[in-house]
Write a protein that binds this ligand. Structure first.
Ligand code: ZN
Ligand code: ZN
Length: 426
């Protein structure tokens, strides 16, 4: 038997329906905020991710889903969205051809070759938004607010943690302070962090292995070491977040850890019965576009894990649709049922026909198994009189309609459905 590739999931039935609805809702929310969809390919040259995600990151060093194609090109399945979008932004000259700020979103699958565990898969899904060509803290605030809007729609309890990680002017001096601080504590750090002191000391701040922030309480923080313009930017960010009614908790241990990240960094954690789970994160990356070879373009954005989000949405957030089924009880009724199914297909109701004639009792069993709440029957008498019998399987109530009275039937179903939904919502 052939089974799915490790860490890759199938999605079907009710879960697929809920997932699809979740994506529809997300698209509506971000499109209302004037973000337009941006689609990039799954495969990119691996060089893009080395430059765009960072050669020293775990993603690039350990988790890339990469291979040589038939011509020996080294390609990788995208492990995240920003690098591809920046590549496309440069390639299509968007900075010259489109009005700035350029606001986009992406939603789709990403791939990381890491050990699969609960909630972590080799194929996973993300929503991302990016805004190019605007350096204002107000735009950062709008970006963070958009992530909050999504979580609020799904009635998720969350906290927003914000930080500033400075710029090319002020970060090098801060970096030195960190190196100096940790060099006397080297033996208490994990193996990765001992290397990070030289390559990427900011990453020590959010290491989950040796967790220095829990051990030491006098670690120098970036927010105390910002230059004048970064300090102003951070103050204005906090002010704009207040206007958006976003409660940004200052958390100096949120770092992005790569040189092209600048100023704003944030993370959103969901509160789930005592534990906290990061569900979205992002920030400003004013130097990435130019680092990859494009025009100097400030940018800001976030990514949100959709598997995480999906698990946080409560079971009763989406009500199940009303399903109805149609059956023919004899050969003479089949054409009438085909005709009825054709007309029902034009209406926003979930109706399916079972064309194989069967006894009433068998039809009832099948309708029940399919979760139908209404059943339509055309038997010998109904076929003769061009009638159709509608049966409410919850109450047992029956009504006879003309086969052409589809509008009446649909209204009847929609009324029942809205009544049912408003009853469950209370
Ligand atoms: Zn600065
Ligand atoms: Zn560590």
């Amino acid at each position: 038997m052939i089974s799915a590739v490790k860490g890759m999931n199938d999605l079907f039935g009710k879960r697929a329906m809920r997932w699809g609805r979740m994506e529809e809702d997300i698209r509506r929310i971000v499109e209302n905020a004037n973000f337009t969809e941006f689609r990039t390919p799954i495969l990119e040259e691996i060089a893009l991710f080395k430059r765009g995600v960072g050669e020293t990151t775990d993603v690039v060093q350990k988790e890339m889903y990469d291979f040589l194609d038939k011509k020996g090109r080294h390609v990788a399945m995208r492990p995240e969205g920003t690098a591809s979008v920046v590549r496309a932004f440069i390639e299509h000259g968007i900075a010259m051809n489109e009005p700035m700020p350029f606001k986009l979103y992406y939603i789709g699958p990403f791939f990381r070759y890491e050990r699969p565990q609960k909630g972590r898969y080799r194929q996973f899904h993300q929503l991302g938004i990016e805004i190019f060509g605007d350096e204002t803290p107000q735009m950062d605030a709008e970006m963070i607010f958009t992530a909050c809007r999504v979580l609020e729609h799904f009635k998720i309890d969350y906290e927003v943690h914000i930080n500033s990680i400075g710029c090319k002017e002020c970060r090098p001096a801060y970096r030195e302070k960190l190196v100096e601080y940790f060099s006397s504590k080297k033996e208490h750090l994990c193996e990765d962090c001992q290397k990070r002191i030289d390559t990427n000391p900011l990453r020590l701040l959010d290491c989950k292995t040796c967790n220095p922030k829990a051990k030491y309480h006098d670690i120098p923080v970036m927010t105390d070491n910002l230059c004048g313009s970064c300090d102003t930017h951070f103050k204005q960010l906090k002010n704009a977040l207040e206007i958006f009614h976003v409660n940004g908790i200052i958390d100096p241990f949120i770092v992005r850890g790569l040189d092209y990240y600048t100023r704003t960094a944030f993370e959103i954690v969901a509160n789930t019965g005592g534990s906290q789970n990061a569900v979205a994160g992002g920030g400003r990356y004013d130097n990435l576009v130019s680092d990859i070879g494009g025009p100097d373009t400030p940018a800001t954005g976030f990514a949100m894990g959709l598997e995480r989000l999906f698990d946080l949405i409560s079971e009763d957030f989406y009500t199940e649709p009303l399903i109805s089924a149609g059956y023919a009880l004899c050969d003479e009724a089949v054409d009438d049922l085909v005709h009825f199914a054709k007309h029902m297909s034009h209406h926003p109701v979930r109706f399916f026909a079972d064309y194989k004639p069967k006894k009433f009792k068998k039809a009832l069993q099948k309708a029940d198994k399919a979760g139908a709440e209404f059943m339509f029957i055309i038997g010998e008498d109904e076929a003769k009189d061009k009638k159709i019998l509608m049966k409410n399987l919850n109450t047992g109530e029956q009504k006879l309609f003309g086969q052409h009275e589809v509008i009446l039937i649909v209204n009847e179903l929609l009324n029942y459905e809205s009544g049912k939904f408003s009853a469950t919502k209370v």
